[in-house]
Write a protein that binds this ligand. Structure first.
Ligand code: PXP
Length: 246
């Protein structure tokens, strides 16, 4: 059973496909801020957006606008000094630290925190001192969970791509076992457990039924796709129900 964080990046992707030159023109649509407002109205507990360095979808201005209207914002960002400074000023409710490579289509793997705990510690402490819940997006590997704890994170977001991409039932079971072990360990270390990446209307029910201690699932692409057929708020309401284990 988990709450739903709705990732609105791909609403911005659609806008940028047509209005890259002037995303805040009066003509530009769809508006990610309106998507965020409607997502909360439909039951999303959190609005999640990734401000990438190249601003390929969400723009800095989007984040400023969304911050003003949502109840709970989770800002995904790279661990970079300028992003940490931006977040400390903006004060989103949550920051999720993700690896970022320019050439990737989407976030491909979790952060590698092994041996990096001391490098991450001061930046994470700064974010936490600004009142922000800090999450590390990691692969479901026990050493990464321990490293996230050692670096001072409040929370881990388990990368569910391995589970989402497994086609054979035995491969899915192996991934569920990894997710379960990572979630159990995180919980025992006092970390909140989030999960996301590649979760869909087809695979989320089993995930939620099997993996313990889930607090929030962050889901984007599947919701945007389903919204094309049934509408944004219905797609979100359906996923809120699935995340809750209904
Ligand atoms: N969580 C993190 C850290 C992500 O980077 C992403 C993708 O941007 C998601 C969750 C959502 O993934 P998806 O769009 O596949 O649902």
């Amino acid at each position: 059973m988990a709450s739903l964080g709705v990732n609105i990046d791909h609403v911005a992707t659609l806008r940028q496909a047509r209005y890259r030159a002037d995303p805040f023109s009066v003509l530009a649509e769809p508006d990610p801020t309106e998507a965020a407002r409607l997502a909360e109205e439909a039951g999303a507990a959190v609005v999640t957006a990734h401000l990438r360095e190249d601003q390929r979808h969400i723009q800095r201005e989007d984040i400023l606008r969304i911050r003003r209207i949502v109840r709970r914002l989770n800002l995904e960002m790279a661990f970079l000094p300028e992003m940490i400074a931006f977040a400390c000023e903006l004060r989103p409710d949550e920051v999720c630290l993700v690896p970022e490579r320019r050439e990737e289509v989407t976030t491909e793997g979790g952060l590698n925190l092994l041996g990096q705990e001391e490098r991450f510690r001061p930046g994470i402490a700064r974010l936490r001192a600004a009142g922000i819940l800090v999450t590390a997006f990691i692969d479901p590997v026990e050493a990464q969970v321990r490293a996230a704890r050692a670096a001072g994170a409040d929370c881990v977001e388990l990368h569910t791509g391995g589970y989402a991409n497994a086609i054979r039932v035995e491969d899915q079971e192996k991934e569920i076992a990894k997710q379960t072990a990572a979630a159990d360990l995180a919980h025992s270390l006092g970390l909140e457990v989030h999960a996301g990446h590649g979760l869909t209307y087809r695979n989320v029910r089993r995930y939620v039924a099997r993996v313990p201690h889930l607090h929030t699932l962050n889901i984007g692409h599947a919701i945007v796709c389903r919204a094309l057929w049934v509408g944004w708020q219905k797609a979100i309401r359906e996923m809120v129900g699935l995340a809750a284990g209904e």
